[in-house]
Write a protein that binds this ligand. Structure first.
Ligand SMILES: Cc1cc2nc3c(=O)[nH]c(=O)nc-3n(C[C@H](O)[C@H](O)[C@H](O)COP(=O)(O)O)c2cc1C
Length: 163
């Protein structure tokens, strides 16, 4: 499944799939030691701002992911499939401090095309992003908002054809 052919698409071509996010989106990051991590995310926005295509993600400081994204300022967002529900649950409830989530979930890290963070081979739609702005969300929540310029988007061949 992780070895399917992936085709480059434009930033908003399959954005409806990300917004509907069934079952969820997975955020992938890397730290300066080259360690990878995955975190399930619900909050996010996809669209143009400052003349750039941007994916904004919201990460609480207590997440292990937070230190990774602060350090490297790059991330990928990966759309999972319905048969990945166990992995989505695991990555949304367990921390990378305690587990190698790629290993525990049997997922394949594939090097990013334009960023140091990997993509998840088994996912079907991928966004590679570099942070161009950060903002706080207080007093609403303590999430830090990362505005990632979208540098590459690609998807499994059959997903592109069917949508
Ligand atoms: C469906 C779902 C959506 C989530 N969305 C977010 C989110 O958008 N931002 C966030 O900070 N945490 C979110 N979480 C919580 C993190 O995924 C969870 O705390 C995870 O274990 C953090 O992993 P880490 O410590 O390895 O970074 C979500 C959890 C689930 C189950």
């Amino acid at each position: 499944m992780g070895s399917k052919k992936k085709i480059g698409i434009s930033p908003y071509e399959l954005s409806h799939m990300i917004i509907e996010k069934e079952p969820a989106n997975l955020l992938c990051t890397v730290n300066s030691k080259g360690k990878y991590n995955i975190m399930t995310i619900t909050w996010g926005l996809l669209g143009p701002i400052w003349h750039k295509p941007v994916f904004m993600v919201a990460v609480r400081p207590e997440r292990y992911t937070y230190g990774f994204i602060e350090e490297i300022q790059e991330f990928t967002v990966n759309l999972s499939t319905s048969d990945m529900k166990d992995a989505v649950d695991f990555c949304g409830t367990k921390s990378g401090r305690d587990y190698d989530k790629f290993k525990e979930c049997g997922l394949t890290p594939v090097p990013g095309r334009t960023v140091r963070a990997p993509i998840i081979g088994e996912c079907v739609l991928h966004y590679e992003c570099r942070v161009i702005h950060r903002a706080e969300a207080d007093p609403l929540t303590n999430h830090r908002l990362y505005f990632g310029e979208i540098l590459a988007v690609y998807a499994d061949e059959d997903i592109v054809k069917d949508n």
